[in-house]
Design a protein around this ligand. Structure first.
Ligand SMILES: Cc1cc2nc3c(=O)[nH]c(=O)nc-3n(C[C@H](O)[C@H](O)[C@H](O)COP(=O)(O)O)c2cc1C
Length: 217
């Protein structure tokens, strides 16, 4: 194998930016997540809503990919996708998923684990209609995760749907919509010097509240 241009083993960072303490994190991880999200926005980080979604298929094999957070409320984290995609099949087989945010400019990571369900069709309709026309046509044109013989198929599909929906409202494809991840565990990680990082874990308890603990880095 070709030598990499740099020695990968020598790449390391010492994290010095901030600390994370219990008083700062409070009792509600969704409120605290919103605070960190706003801080990421204020830091002008691009694509702060990009998150890794990990699912597992029926055989227990894990699969991870990036999706974009498009909504956040007291229930959980919303993203949109193709329900017939590989991730859609995984979710149908196993509704336990994990989300991961890494805001490297703030030396922060957030790990979320929970159960996933489809959002109501009306919510998917509202978001779908807010998308640019090209994205709406794209949702019809791409059979996400399936094998296609060549790139040209996409262009042909796109042109076909563009013509089909010319002059009319582009409807939401039945196979396209939102999911909400309802968290059961949320861990906030703040990088610290000498690998002595801060980790605060919130776990949903039987009473519907959150138990907070500190983990060793
Ligand atoms: C920055 C970024 C944002 C993405 N956002 C989404 C998204 O919101 N929804 C989506 O279905 N795929 C999104 N993708 C593509 C997915 O990573 C993935 O390729 C696609 O969903 C197919 O995944 P699957 O075959 O595991 O279902 C995004 C990729 C990147 C790199």
């Amino acid at each position: 194998m070709a030598e990499p241009p740099i020695n990968i083993a020598d790449i390391r960072m010492d994290y010095m930016l901030a600390a994370l303490d219990e008083a700062h994190a409070g009792d509600n991880p969704l409120v605290f997540f919103t605070q960190w999200f706003k801080e990421a926005e204020a830091a002008q980080i691009t694509e702060i809503n990009a998150m890794t979604l990990a699912t597992a298929d029926a055989a227990g094999r894990p699969h991870a990919r990036i999706v974009l957070l498009k909504g956040l409320d007291e229930r959980g984290f919303v993203f949109f996708t193709n329900y017939d995609s590989a991730k859609g099949s995984d979710i149908a087989a196993n509704p336990q998923v994990s989300l991961l945010f890494f805001w490297k400019e703030l030396e922060r990571q957030v790990r979320i684990e929970g159960v996933i369900e489809k959002v109501p069709a009306s919510d998917s309709d509202i978001y779908f209609q807010s998308r640019p026309a090209a994205s709406r046509i794209g949702a019809w044109a791409s059979p996400q995760s399936t094998q296609i013989p060549h790139r040209n198929i996409l262009d042909l599909n796109y042109a076909r749907y563009e013509q089909e929906f010319s002059g009319i409202d582009i409807p939401r494809p039945p196979h396209w919509g939102g999911y909400i991840v309802i968290p059961q565990r949320i861990e906030f990680w703040q990088g610290r010097s000498s690998r002595m990082h801060d980790r605060l874990l919130f776990v949903l308890n039987g009473a519907g509240g959150w138990d907070r603990s500190r983990l060793a880095p």
